[in-house]
Design a protein around this ligand. Structure first.
Ligand code: DGL
Length: 265
């Protein structure tokens, strides 16, 4: 028996990655940690945030004796992967915007990136664009409102079409541009949770690309047989989250427990 795979996010976004992992490996033992006390990460100062991410991940890895950490958050991965790998002695798998597969799929050579304000502005993201989509028009849209919407949806609230459409206006406009946008990168793990609604609201059919499958493949390389952990299904949050208990259960996780973080910033 070995430790589980730990998924970490600022909130419930990592559940979209948990879903992708379960599709590939139905018996994989997984735990979940959410730093909901600091949500949303996308509007936080980088220096404070990178220290915080390392402290929370270290505490969560220790709490569930994880064998692998999946940073199921683009905002955290594009900032703190190096610090995490230097601190933890287990494999760390990151989540970064799926620019490469989107560029490979686009026929019109105009792709969109939906992400948090932080991810949209990160040099890491620009490097991905320069490396894999230099021949594409890339419309970057910061949609932090969708993070709030996905959190509310998981706690049982109805989707607010008006709020979604308002946040997505620049994306919908790009579908009418020349060349027309035809492919969208969901560069925040919260957004695949809203994919059905995004497809429903889009004025034209689009290709929606996320990082779930790529992460699942990578986890399969670093953790080929991680099942039967007594820690399986444990869920940690840094602030009360009883409104999310049912939502976590839908993705196979137990009621959230409070995570204690030594020396938290
Ligand atoms: N789910 C996180 C991501 O993939 C971001 C949410 C937040 O802003 O906290 O970027």
């Amino acid at each position: 028996m070995s430790g589980p795979v730990l998924l970490f996010d600022s909130g419930v976004g990592g559940l979209s990655v948990a879903h992708a992992l379960r599709q590939h490996y139905p018996h994989l033992a997984m735990c979940y940690a959410s730093d909901n006390a600091w949500l949303p990460y996308g509007l936080r100062d980088d220096v404070m945030l990178s220290g915080r991410i390392v402290s929370v991940c270290k505490a969560a890895v220790d709490a569930c004796q994880a064998s692998v950490l999946v940073v199921a958050c683009n905002t955290a991965s594009t900032l703190a992967l190096e610090g995490l790998r230097a601190t933890l002695d287990i494999p760390v798998v990151g989540t970064v915007p799926a620019i490469k597969p989107a560029a490979l799929s686009s026929q019109t050579r105009h792709i969109g990136l939906l992400a948090t304000t932080a991810t949209v502005n990160r040099s890491y993201t620009q490097t991905l664009i320069d490396s894999f989509a230099s021949d594409c028009v890339v419309t970057k849209v910061a949609v932090d409102a969708l993070v709030t919407e996905a959190e509310a949806w998981l706690s049982g609230a109805a989707i607010n079409d008006q709020r979604l459409n308002l946040a997505l206006t620049p994306l919908w406009q790009a579908t009418q541009a020349t060349p027309a946008l035809d492919t969208v990168v969901l560069g925040c793990t919260h957004f695949p949770l809203l994919k059905t609604e995004l497809i429903r609201l889009s004025p034209v059919p689009l290709v929606w690309v996320d990082s779930g499958d790529a992460i699942a493949r990578r986890v399969g390389q670093v953790a080929p047989t991680l099942a039967n952990s007594s820690q399986d299904g444990r869920c940690f949050t840094t602030a009360p989250a009883s409104q999310l208990t049912k939502g976590f259960a839908r993705f196979g996780f137990h009621s959230p427990q409070r995570l204690t973080i030594p020396n938290a910033v």
